[in-house]
Design a binder for this molecule. Structure first.
Ligand code: SAH
Length: 402
């Protein structure tokens, strides 16, 4: 058992009791003992009552990340059991070989993200507490999952708030190939875990892509047989691939990242060489392209709008809102009457409510009408702990535009 204690200021224990996993420095009265940064500490109230146990980083605004609200020992076996339980909660689907296995705070493992791509795991350590235990966690993952290799992609800027720099490379086993092939409900996708975005791919959108396909396939959405689709902010074009598999007559993938578009074309050929003639890959600024199409009257039966994060903090919400409004306004203008639009925001600071209001504002300015067919959110392997609303960030709307 650890000897160091973090004593919470009087009246500041409520969020801890309500099981929010973060303790900010402002809620801390004093530290008893001599913990080293990254150590496990016991969190007690001003009356010396046990509250929680977690890891400590005096150089972070979030000084403690809580691991347990029970008076239990945090040893190697504890970490193993937690990881095992996160993995056991993920369903196995024969046509799904990529999945988030550990979703940090939301799986009660603050600071740790683990994604599986085929036979490889990609680990992201967001905090010092995880960084100091990287070797142990790697061993546990190797032991439970038995992958071919584990690769680190801790190249995220939030690490600087923990006093950490970027870290990348092989942690265990074999180096991953330049591209790992994964199966996304029967479609073949190539993932570059070294240079790709996030840990290589947008797993959080996986179910929304599948949703689009299932809505198109049994013709729940009434679209012409050879419908025209523009996939804005396409990355490697997975929404487009699902649309091609559902009979799209034309798919235009648009992104500003050339390599992603090139990989996207390779992926299309890999799945069905005939599909390439029905596809365009356009390297462009999506804002400008939308404006041009809106002006020239170019229109589509289906529009997907999946921009990167606009608001990185609460202070950026207003500016982000203007960006979303502009984008959605021009997108409404290029949807054919009776067509559909899937519009997303992955800014955690923009709530689903606010996003819907922004889209409503854009609609009003566009002079169109629209119905919400479905509310969309992040995939179920990215669960949100109910005590940690910060864990929910992706929201979207499937709209029918009149
Ligand atoms: N829909 C994708 C994920 C998109 S992530 C999927 O399902 O996999 C956002 C994408 O926006 C990234 O690929 C990024 O390269 C691209 N992007 C960022 N700014 C852009 C801009 N101004 N114009 C076009 N694409 C942009």
């Amino acid at each position: 058992m650890t000897s160091a204690s973090v004593i919470i200021s009087k009246g500041r224990e409520k969020p801890i009791i309500q099981q929010h996993p973060w303790i900010f420095s402002g809620a801390i009265d004093s530290i008893k003992g001599n913990p080293t940064p990254g150590d496990i500490v016991t969190v007690v109230s001003a009356e010396d009552k046990f509250l929680a146990r977690g890891y400590w980083n005096p150089n972070s605004q979030i000084q403690v990340r809580i691991l347990t609200w029970h008076d239990e020992t945090i040893d190697d076996a504890w970490w193993r059991a937690r990881i095992q339980s996160a993995i056991a909660a993920r369903a196995h689907h024969p046509n799904l070989t990529a999945q988030r296995l550990v979703n940090a705070e939301n799986d009660y493992l603050p600071g740790l993200v683990v994604d599986r791509y085929g036979d490889w795991l990609v680990l992201q350590a967001l905090t010092l507490g995880i960084e100091t235990r990287r070797a142990l966690l790697t061993d546990i993952l190797a032991n439970i999952v038995k992958p071919q290799g584990i690769y680190e992609r801790s190249d995220v800027d939030v690490r600087s708030r923990e006093g950490l720099t970027h870290a990348e490379g092989v942690l265990w086993g074999e180096a991953p190939p330049a591209r790992i092939e994964i199966d996304e409900y029967g479609l073949r996708i190539l993932v570059d875990v070294r240079k790709g975005h996030k840990t290589g791919y947008y797993l959080d959108q996986l179910e929304n892509r599948a949703q689009l396909r299932s809505l198109l396939a049994p013709k729940h959405l009434v679209l012409p047989n050879d419908f025209r689709f523009i996939n804005l902010f396409s990355y490697t074009g997975s929404f487009g691939l699902h649309a091609l598999a559902s009979g799209a007559g034309y798919v235009c993938n648009v992104d500003s990242y050339r390599e992603a578009l090139q990989t996207g074309e390779e992926i299309i050929r890999l799945n069905n060489p005939d599909w390439i003639s029905r596809t365009d890959s356009v390297m462009a600024d999506a804002f400008e392209l939308l404006r041009d199409h809106a002006k020239s009257g170019e229109s589509f039966d289906l529009v997907v709008l999946d921009p990167p994060k606009f608001a990185h903090s609460a202070g950026q919400v207003e500016k982000a809102a203007r960006g979303y409004k502009d984008l959605n306004l021009h997108a409404f203008k290029i949807v054919k009457p009776g067509g559909y639009m899937m519009t997303f925001s992955c800014s955690g600071a923009v709530s689903a409510d606010l996003f819907q209001k922004i889209v409503f504002g854009a609609l009003a300015d566009s002079g169109r009408q629209a119905q919400i067919v479905k509310h969309l959110e992040q995939a179920p392997d990215h669960p949100v702990a109910l005590t940690f609303p910060e864990g929910g960030y992706l929201k979207g709307l499937l709209l029918r535009v009149l």
